[in-house]
Write a protein that binds this ligand. Structure first.
Ligand code: BGC
Length: 769
């Protein structure tokens, strides 16, 4: 009786507790909604209050971003801050200088408007993470999200509150140097990486402590520069722009990115920095972007160089009319807008419209309440080992095993001697990759990583000759890594190659680290070939000729010509530029303390002549699958050396049981595709299960395949998991050139699931009328 009674009481208490929790959740949701709209009403109100009190000069000041470094800066910066004529700075990582400027702005300027301090925090600040293309190769959006959140924390602790990342330009041509900064060739993968990085930099919302304002860049089409030549014109039809190049930008905007950077180059004959269709019609009208647009560095001046604007006044007029808010470093808006208003070419209302999002972002970031950085905490944040630990994991997860004949890898920990050979094996700056920051940690070298992995083995290094750019980079003077020493002579290089061969002969195994220095990819780092720079090919061939086991580790920001290596070197690992923990992470993979699970975010060409190269091309009248027409070229295959999505593991997987929840669906409905993935090998590892579709007919031709889902799955030997994908309106809609609009068409679709873009597990479904 007592028991029954107490059970009844328990039931009553439980039910009422549950009820209260539900009510609480409901009320919280309502309050949350209200406070969100109240928030934006409050923000708008505060913006209008500020605007009412601002002079024209102060308004124009908010659009003026000025260099805080020792170049391109006005001499009277501090006076301009006090007058409210500078809204933001860039290019300084000196916390003391930034703190001084912020105190001047907040305490000495009339309206106390705080400053934004921007910097290119691209893949780390003090701790360096793998370059962005490498993080995309993890096919795990948690990797860039977490890495960028560490980067944001370090930058914010140093006074930087705004990063010029993520760079989300689709790149389908490896000659273009900036391929290293993005997520590769695919809009779906690119959109996933864009969202993840915005979350990583900004946190769940703008104003999150220890995070920074993100900038999605470069809007838009920069990656399609003609011939892969940096800054060259881009001609992209609206169908490619909308279905491919704009997709990651839209994803970043939907994820709440606070600022967007316009691109340098001409897009279809209209410079992106003065392109009203891009910056206004698409960005503001269609996407409802609420943040602000910043130009790329000096882009307003480039409008004149392009032959688009007549002079500075015209450039300012065109930039603001197109939708630019903040002028990076050119100071043309600051110099010209006053007279444009006096001449009646631009109205004060237009200036107000340009200033509003800048003020709104500063308010939403909480800068008015918390403008300063606590410098007493900076060094503790910068030396937190958690960031380095994660950098090592991110590097392991990014590496792609391209070839592994006869189980050459992993190497045995019983090996007694290793020759570490190559110009990149021992250079911490090159292993970090581009966009270095003064004060960043030079990477653990490969030699050092191998030594700490195998303390008992004999490990010796031979460089095998230096490599350097033929034409120096204009950034060599600013960024770490520019070669200051005179070039080596041909004889000196030959001597170093012979030393390397001698070392390989007396060692049990050679680990050859070849590729590109940090300044050979990135901005102003395009190439006309994809050969190994310098005499590395000769070095490679001579070391292989020694006849001992060789593992080739490629360190670079882009794919390089590996056609010879693929035929002659048993093991090839793409390590990219892995960041601070490079040597340790490479050693982890070589000795199987981590199993490689990365996949290529680009189609790997056989040589530069194939570029641009991407898997998602249209089907032509003579498909490559037809044995009669095997290649587009008469001297070799037109297919990539390694396809998009490809990467090996030390274990094996099988992917099977592809099923659809239905084979017919109405437009607007969705279906579920499932497949199982099993680890059929002897060690634990990760597989990336990828789903591709093809629309068989339609109002326009559709690509042969399009990635529409992926998941990186960790499996122990013998373990099986089911992977679920949704195919619905979002995945099946595309922008039709025929209709000039977004369509979901009643057609038949192929589906493939597998572990690369050549997946062959197939099924099909139909969208009904
Ligand atoms: C690059 C941008 C970068 C800016 C500021 C430009 O040269 O194109 O990506 O954010 O400089 O450093």
């Amino acid at each position: 009786m007592l028991a029954l009674h107490s059970r009844a009481i328990f039931k009553y208490v439980y039910a009422s507790a549950l009820f209260s929790v539900c009510i609480l959740l409901f009320v919280t949701a309502l309050v949350g909604q209200e406070s969100n709209s109240a928030n934006s009403a409050t923000v708008n109100h505060r913006v209008e209050e500020l605007l009412k009190n601002m002079t024209l000069e102060e308004k124009i000041g908010q659009l003026n971003q000025v260099s805080a470094a020792n170049f391109l800066n006005p001499p009277n910066r501090e006076e301009l801050i006090e007058k409210g004529e500078i809204g933001s700075f860039l290019w300084s990582v000196d916390p003391v200088q930034l703190d001084r400027y912020q105190h001047l702005a907040v305490e000495k300027s009339r309206l106390h408007i705080p400053l934004l301090f921007g910097y290119d925090v691209i893949h780390g600040f003090r701790t360096v993470f793998p370059v962005p293309i490498a993080m995309a190769a993890s096919w795990d959006p948690r990797v860039p999200e977490k890495a960028q959140s560490f980067a944001a924390r370090e930058a914010r602790a140093s006074g930087i509150n705004w990063t010029f990342g993520p760079m989300v330009d689709i790149a389908r041509d490896a000659r273009w140097g900036r391929i290293v900064e993005g997520a590769g060739e695919d809009p779906y993968l690119g959109a996933a990486m864009a969202r993840a990085q915005v979350r990583g930099f900004q946190g769940p919302q703008l104003g999150t402590a220890d995070h920074v304002l993100a900038t999605v860049k470069h809007f838009a089409g920069y990656g399609a520069a003609e011939g892969g030549r940096d800054y060259d014109s881009v001609y992209l039809p609206e169908t490619s722009l909308r279905n491919v190049y704009l997709q990651p930008f839209k994803a970043a905007v939907d994820a709440g990115v606070g600022s967007l950077m316009s691109a340098y180059m001409d897009l279809n004959d209209v410079p992106a920095g003065g392109n009203h269709w891009l910056l206004h019609d698409v960005l503001r009208e269609e996407w409802g972007f609420q943040g602000f647009v910043v130009t790329d560095a000096l882009t307003t001046n480039d409008l004149i160089i392009h032959g688009f604007a007549k002079n500075e006044s015209d450039a300012a007029y065109r930039a603001v009319s197109a939708g630019v808010n903040v002028d990076m470093a050119s100071r043309i808006l600051a110099g010209q807008l006053g007279s444009l208003i006096r001449n009646g070419k631009i109205t004060v209302a237009q200036i107000d419209d340009a200033v509003r999002p800048v003020l709104a972002v500063k308010i939403r970031m909480g800068l008015f309440e918390h403008p300063y950085t606590d410098l007493s905490k900076t060094s503790a944040v910068l030396s937190d080992p958690a960031a380095r630990e994660y950098s090592r994991i991110a590097a392991q997860r990014s590496m792609v095993l391209l070839r592994n004949e006869n189980h050459t890898l992993p190497l045995s920990k019983k090996v007694s001697s290793i020759a570490v050979i190559g110009p990149l094996a021992n250079d911490g700056t090159d292993l970090d990759g581009g966009w270095g920051v003064d004060g960043e940690t030079p990477a653990v070298t490969v030699e050092a990583g191998l030594r700490s992995k195998l303390p008992g083995a004999t490990i010796a290094f031979a460089r095998g000759g230096e490599i350097r750019r033929t034409i120096p980079s204009r950034f060599d003077d600013f960024l770490p890594g520019g070669k200051k020493t005179p070039p080596q002579s041909a004889e000196e290089i030959s001597k170093e190659i012979e030393e390397a061969v001698a070392l390989a002969k007396k060692s049990e195994v050679s680990v050859l680290v070849l590729g590109e220095t940090a300044n050979m990819s990135g901005e102003y780092a395009s190439r006309s070939t994809l050969e190994l720079p310098g005499r590395q090919q000769e070095l490679l061939e001579k070391i292989v000729a020694v006849g001992k086991p060789v593992a080739l580790v490629i360190v670079s920001g882009r794919p390089l010509n590996m056609s010879w290596a693929n035929a002659h070197v048993p093991a090839i690992l793409m390590a990219w530029q892995p960041g601070s923990e490079a040597g340790n992470a490479i050693a982890d993979i070589l000795f199987a303390d981590a199993n490689p699970g990365g996949k290529l975010p680009v189609s790997w060409p056989r040589g530069a002549g194939q570029e641009p190269l991407y898997y998602s091309h249209n089907v032509t009248q003579y498909p490559e699958s037809d044995p009669m027409y095997r290649s587009r070229y008469w001297e070799g295959p037109s297919t990539p050396l390694y396809p998009f999505g490809f990467g090996l593991s030390y274990t094996t997987f099988s992917i099977a049981d592809l099923r659809l929840s239905k084979t017919e669906l109405k437009a607007g409905d969705s279906l579920e595709a499932t497949a199982t993935v099993t680890n059929t090998g002897a060690s634990g590892g990760d597989e990336v299960v990828q789903l591709y579709i093809h629309q068989r007919a339609g109002s326009t031709s559709r690509p042969i395949r399009e990635l529409k889902g992926f998941e990186r799955v960790a499996l122990q030997p013998g373990e099986t998991k089911t992977v679920h994908f949704t195919l619905g309106k979002k995945e099946l809609t595309y922008w039709s050139e025929a209709h000039k609009s977004w369509v979901e068409e009643p057609e038949e679709f192929d589906v493939w699931v597998g572990n690369s873009s050549t997946a062959n597990l197939h099924t099909a479904f139909r969208v009904l009328e």
